[in-house]
Design a protein around this ligand. Structure first.
Ligand code: NAP
Length: 487
């Protein structure tokens, strides 16, 4: 197998729009630059779609819908399974592309390839298990037949932080259910999605089932699609403010919506917890993806009896991490995605320190090229620090203390978000009562990662609606139709 290099993956990735099975330039020929966050330099250019291109992509998805809905579930399953195998074979290529456009280390990118491809394997197994019901009405006069049918053409809008997995967990169930789609990846990280679309073509996905639009005129190109009566569903992963606005647009056509939005995860460590395991969990929950994850632990609440020990150990491990370009050996932490993200992290840390937090390690941006920020641990973080309310989206762990379980749960729930919470305790009763009291869609007990293609991922409150993965994931792409048959 040929060695995977930066040049080889950038050369081979398609740069056009995929519409109706054909790769083509944007009408008007505009292109959009993709930057390397480790250097700030341009990696390559991709097509920059116009409003007409967006509409053409939806036309293609609409045209392909009826035939695609009629395909045998086994055929759809085999396409997903073949795609899973091929992504796994090409894991190094996908990892290199992701690291180049997004910044995380190659090891992290390989982790995302394994996680992201698993949605295709999972939903290949779900495609052949779509069922219905048959019942006799209570008065015996009618038979009630319930069937599941594909929702119809779907618009998928994905973020930059997991360029592969945020796509596969939407595309997988849509293919399994028999929906066609238009996918719009984030403008900062379009390359991984373009490579994935090419791979799906190679394994036999029919023309028009998946169409990809990359654009810098995002709102302008997306809004007409969301308001188009032929679209039947919008699925979005990204920030809460954009999600809120898209839900308003989607209300015009009463679209089915799935919203995977922001998080503000609390990480609770109770006095009886194994501190070493809690710190290992904290490193995962905080540092996966450099903290640029909706599931990232954003607030650490540690029982006062073990807070010092916990913070010292966390500080030691965070301080030992090496910053650098994700493609280099020995690097643990890559750059943040752009200057705006890094400036936001700096401002949040400055605000916390002004309000009384102590810097245990880190606490500064790195000078020079690229958007690097030092792994940071803050202690004595006051409740009014802005980073207890806002997503940090960077490698910063703010630690505060609590005295009672009630206080811990109250602080954890004191947020508009409700995606995920982490609980570390060796007391089973406490693990269950606290998990039940937390107002979050997911809880990790004694583990710093909850993402699993076989489990329903999603949030409550301002973290969104709908679930991705698990048995629930395919339901988001299916309509229930009931047929009443008089005897
Ligand atoms: P974002 O700014 O909301 O962007 C997400 C996507 O929405 C991008 O494709 C973006 O396109 C598009 N978009 C932006 N403005 C739009 C508009 N007016 N109309 C239509 N689409 C629009 O979020 P982000 O900064 O990329 O991602 C980080 C956020 O995602 C965080 O809040 C994180 O918590 C959340 N997230 C949530 C989950 C979850 O499962 N709950 C998973 C991962 C990330 P452009 O790139 O072209 O602007």
């Amino acid at each position: 197998m040929a060695t995977v290099t930066q040049e080889s993956v950038l050369e081979s990735v398609p740069k056009g729009l995929l519409i109706g099975g054909r790769w083509r330039d944007a009408s008007g020929g505009k292109t959009l630059a993709v930057d390397d966050p480790a250097t700030g330099e341009v990696l390559t250019h991709v097509a920059d779609a116009s409003v007409a291109d967006g509409k053409a992509a939806l036309d293609a998805a609409v045209a392909a819908q009826a035939d695609w809905a009629r395909t045998a579930p086994r055929d759809r399953a085999e396409i997903l399974r073949a795609a899973y195998e091929k992504i796994t074979e090409r894991a190094d290529e996908f990892a290199m592309l992701m690291t180049l456009e997004m910044g995380k280390t190659l090891a992290e990118s390989r982790g995302e390839v394994a996680y992201g491809s698993e949605f295709f394997r999972w939903f290949s197994e779900e495609a052949v298990r779509i069922g219905g019901r048959y019942a006799t009405s209570p008065n015996g006069a009618t038979r009630l037949v319930t069937m599941k049918q594909p929702v119809g053409p779907v618009l998928m809008i994905t973020p930059w932080n997991f360029p592969l997995a945020m796509g596969t967990r939407k595309i997988g169930p849509a293919i399994a259910a028999g929906c066609t789609m238009v996918v719009k990846p984030a403008s900062q990280t379009p390359l991984t999605m373009l490579a994935l679309a090419q791979l799906l073509q190679e394994v036999g996905l029919p023309d028009g089932v998946l169409n990809v639009v990359t654009t810098s005129s995002t709102g302008e190109v997306m809004e007409p699609l969301i308001r188009d009566p032929r679209l039947r569903k919008l699925t979005f992963t990204g920030s809460t403010p954009v999600g809120r606005m898209l839900m308003e647009q989607a209300s015009e056509q009463i679209l089915r919506v799935s919203m995977e939005l922001g998080g503000n995860a609390p990480f609770l460590v109770f006095g009886d917890a194994d501190v070493d395991k809690a710190v290992t969990g904290a490193m995962l929950a905080k540092m996966r993806n450099m903290g640029e994850a909706c599931t990232a632990a954003n607030r650490f609440y540690v029982h006062e009896s073990i807070a010092e020990e916990f913070s010292a150990e966390l500080g030691k491990r965070m301080g030992a991490l090496t910053l650098g370009r994700g493609t280099e050996d020995g690097v643990d932490v890559g750059p943040l995605v752009d200057k705006k993200s890094r400036d936001k992290v700096s401002a949040l840390v400055e605000d916390a320190v002004e309000k009384g937090a102590r810097v245990l390690v880190g606490g500064a941006a790195r000078e020079g090229a690229g958007w690097f920020y030092e792994p940071t641990v803050l202690t004595d973080v006051p409740a009014d620090a802005a980073l207890t309310r806002e997503e940090i989206f960077g490698p910063v762990a703010p630690v505060s203390t609590f005295t009672t379980d009630e206080e811990a749960v109250e602080m954890a729930n004191d947020t508009e978000y409700g995606l995920v919470a982490y609980v570390f305790t060796n007391d089973l009763t406490r693990a269950i009562t606290v998990s039940e009291a937390l107002e979050f869609g997911m809880v990790g007990v004694n583990q710093g990662i909850v993402s699993n293609p076989a489990a329903p991922f999603g949030g409550v409150k301002a973290s969104g609606v709908g679930r991705e993965g698990g048995f629930e994931g395919i339901e988001e792409y299916l309509e229930t139709k009931y047929v009443g048959i008089a005897l």
